[in-house]
Design a protein around this ligand. Structure first.
Ligand code: ADP
Ligand code: MG
Length: 410
């Protein structure tokens, strides 16, 4: 019998109850059963390892692909009194972290996947008790996933050196094929998968061909009060859009990896604090940002894949209130995407092509968008959603079909 996690959930995290499949995932982890949790963005995946990390003896090693993400998680964990540290190339306090780890004083140790490859690191892990391996963004382990990271392949051999330590892999975006690959790559039994529902009923999905994109987005902003994110494909485009959209009278900011780090951090924190700001960003923006009241997400151009679309639009409406996701696309976006796929390693091309085709089907459909989107994640929507442009009878839908079909089959 493992102890009841509910009191710890309430005392440490301050949440009255588990959400969705969290309770099932936590229960498996506490019972040392290897698990893959597939839960949408915002569902609360972090809690699924943080809570067991607090309850179990030893340190939970968390693998995360992005340093920025790790530092956000670290701050959040420390804010609720969890003993956590990161071990990355930019951390100054390495010696202190190692000492705390060896002394058994850490609940969570966040590491980048490339650490896993060194024998030195394996030795280090042997020097203290481990409670759990948590692999965040686990789709990175699969060539079928949308964001393959070769270093993730080194995790299984590392974990194999500690066979008694349970494993929890987490991802928001995995189709059936990718999920099957993740469990295989990470040594998780095929029946160790917990998949939660993907529908975000409060998000209204709309998709239109580009006409005059900044005007289209300005109209969207005028019709949608509250904070919003506009995704653009290049750094220059984010700055240009931020400038153009400032004319709407809403505060606007740009966000991309090329900005001075202080300005970038300030734009991000201003956005998080704001009730009406529009942030024009590359896809570098959003991972790990906890802002529940984002009222719209606009795409000024096609996202990288249907998984990326789901993840990026999923940043709208985490509070459950009505929100809007509006994608503006051009035929040239499909042409460019096809070209990009031609340039990736041959093994990855089938997966990429399938994801682009799924995105094409979503753009092209004259039927319920939500049905097409959920279908990709293996869910069948029985009734039309009544909350997408097609269900609501948007005039844009018809001409989109022709253009998209032409460019997908070209
Ligand atoms: P994910 O990694 O799945 O995208 P996060 O772990 O970042 O999601 O959590 C998203 C938000 O949900 C966070 O603000 C977190 O504090 C909150 N959250 C997690 N679990 C619960 C819960 N049981 N009740 C209420 N809020 C929760
Ligand atoms: Mg997460």
């Amino acid at each position: 019998m493992v102890p009841d996690p509910l009191p710890t959930l309430q005392r440490v995290f301050g949440f009255p109850q588990f959400r969705g499949v969290q309770a099932d995932v936590v229960d498996r982890v506490l019972n040392h059963r290897r698990t893959l949790a597939v839960m949408p963005t915002g569902a609360g995946k972090s809690l699924c390892y943080q809570l067991p990390a607090v309850m179990m003896e030893g340190t939970c090693v968390v693998v995360s692909p992005l340093i920025a993400l790790m530092h956000d998680q670290l701050r959040a964990a420390e804010a609720v009194g969890i003993r956590a540290a990161t071990l990355t190339s930019v951390d100054q306090n390495r010696g202190e972290t190692l000492a705390r780890f060896r002394a058994g004083e850490l609940d969570l140790l966040y590491i980048a996947p490339e650490r896993a490859s060194t024998g030195h690191f394996r030795e280090l892990l042997g020097e203290a008790k481990l409670s759990l391996f948590a692999i965040d963004e686990a789709h990175c382990v699969s060539e079928w996933g949308h964001d393959f990271r070769p270093d993730y392949r080194l995790l299984e051999p590392l974990m194999d050196a500690f066979p008694d330590v349970p494993r929890l892999a987490l991802t928001a975006t995995a189709d059936a094929h990718t999920r099957a690959d993740i469990v295989k790559q990470l040594g998780i039994p095929a029946d160790g998968m917990i998949v939660s529902g993907f529908d975000r009923p409060n998000i209204r999905y709309s998709i239109s061909p580009k006409a005059n994109t900044s005007k289209q987005i300005a109209d969207l902003i005028a019709a949608t009060p509250g904070p919003g994110i506009v995704y653009a494909q290049t750094r220059a485009a984010t700055e240009k859009l931020a400038e153009a959209l400032a004319k709407t009278g809403r505060p606007t900011r740009a966000y991309h990896a090329g900005l001075d780090p202080h300005i970038r951090a300030k734009n991000q924190s201003d956005f998080v604090a704001s009730e009406d700001m529009v942030i024009c960003a590359t896809v570098a923006f959003g991972m790990g940002i906890d802002k529940p009241d984002v009222r719209f997400v606009a795409h000024a151009g096609l996202p990288k894949s249907i998984e990326a679309y789901y993840q990026e639009t999923g940043r709208a409406g985490r509070d459950g209130d009505p929100s809007v996701a509006h994608l503006f696309w051009g035929a040239e976006d499909f042409a460019r995407a096809r070209q990009r796929i031609g340039e990736v390693e041959p093994e990855r091309q089938p997966g990429e092509r399938q994801r682009l085709a799924a995105l094409g089907a979503l753009v092209e459909t004259g039927g319920c968008r939500r049905r097409v989107l959920l279908k990709h994640f293996g869910e069948d929507l029985v009734d039309d959603c009544g909350n997408c442009d097609n269900c609501l009878g948007s005039p844009d839908a018809v001409d989109a079909t022709e253009v998209a079909r032409k460019f997908l089959s070209a």
